[in-house]
Design a binder for this molecule. Structure first.
Ligand code: C2E
Ligand code: MG
Ligand code: MG
Ligand code: MG
Length: 286
């Protein structure tokens, strides 16, 4: 009795494991085809000044039009691509889409639009990445600072020297380094002043807790940024109260559903043309 229960449990686990492995193998396969077939689309979310009614850049966020599963969000495939190493190829593909989009917007007379692109910290383990970014700037005629990069802290600390070389190699192109999800990773503060990064993005988990004038964690991050001479973007601003509090706290930039969700390219353009002025009034309306 006990034996057969045990056996069926093992069978259950084996089946579950097999299913999981199969799912991963499918995604791995599908990713490869997806890149080839152009199934990935970048959405763009405005990053705005908290003191002026002005959009300063857009963050590109990938969406996958999967032939069977419909629209898939990054949390369902980026971690797997990181595991399999496909993230390198995927990121390069998405960087190219971003560069192409900037060039298109420039041609359409939209002026100097900046994009920040999320990339794996794996790229910062090789100087090859500098050449790859340089080619994008060349091939698409991008102006200085048109492309910037968002990375999370964890992978960078493993090889500070090399990462620093890569970041310095990118600086002639005006590529700014945004440290994403700040406060959620290792936060080994020692590395912060060693790395030539430019911007901290306060993770949205801190912003969602921002309901009072006093918020020790957000205040600490802001004063840390100030003393290290880094700019700050608060991500995940959903309420006008958060907007207001952050602007009085001397946080320069923000991003979040209050102002805009991630938009398709055409909508992002329309947003610039028609909605921008609302930024000034949004926080006082509610
Ligand atoms: P992230 O870079 O920290 O991006 C912020 C995430 O928060 C995005 O989710 C965005 O849609 C969402 N968000 C923005 N404003 C708000 C808000 O006000 N409230 C809430 N609740 N959420 C908000 P998304 O697009 O699902 O992306 C998830 C993560 O996937 C990103 O986190 C980033 O780490 C990764 N990712 C996205 N696109 C790419 C890409 O092209 N390449 C790589 N390597 N990673 C990507
Ligand atoms: Mg990001
Ligand atoms: Mg983030
Ligand atoms: Mg994130």
């Amino acid at each position: 009795e006990a034996k057969s229960a045990g056996r069926s449990q093992i069978r259950y686990f084996n089946n579950e494991m097999r299913k999981k492995l199969k799912q991963q193998a499918d995604i791995e396969n599908d990713l490869q085809n997806g890149i080839k077939n152009g199934e990935f689309e970048l959405y763009y979310q405005p990053i705005f000044s908290l003191t002026q009614p002005r959009v300063v850049s857009f963050e590109s966020l990938v969406r996958w039009h999967h032939p069977k599963n419909g629209l898939v969000t990054p949390d369902d495939f980026i971690p797997i691509a990181e595991q399999t190493g496909q993230i390198i190829e995927l990121d390069l593909h998405l960087l190219e889409l971003a560069a192409k989009q900037i060039a298109q917007w420039q041609d359409a007379g939209a002026g100097n639009i900046c994009l920040t692109v999320n990339v794996s910290s794996r790229h910062f383990a090789s100087l090859e990445f500098v050449d790859q970014i340089a080619s994008l700037y060349r091939n698409y005629g991008l102006s200085q600072g048109a492309l910037s990069l968002e990375i999370t802290e964890s992978g960078l600390i493993e090889n500070l020297n090399l990462a620093t070389k890569v970041i310095n190699g990118l600086s002639p192109y005006g590529v700014k380094l945004y440290l994403d999800d700040f406060g959620t990773g290792y936060s080994a503060l020692g590395y912060l002043h060693q790395l030539p990064i430019h911007v901290l993005k306060i993770d949205k988990s801190f912003i969602s807790q921002l309901t009072d004038e006093e918020n020790p964690l957000v205040d600490a991050i802001l004063s840390l940024a100030k003393s290290l001479d880094l700019e700050v973007v608060a991500e995940g601003i959903e309420t006008s109260q958060q907007f207001q509090l952050l602007s009085t706290k001397a946080c320069q930039y923000g991003q979040g559903f209050l102002v805009s969700r991630p938009l398709k390219a055409a909508q992002a353009m329309a947003f610039l043309q028609t909605e921008q002025i609302k930024l000034a009034t949004a926080p006082t309306l509610a």
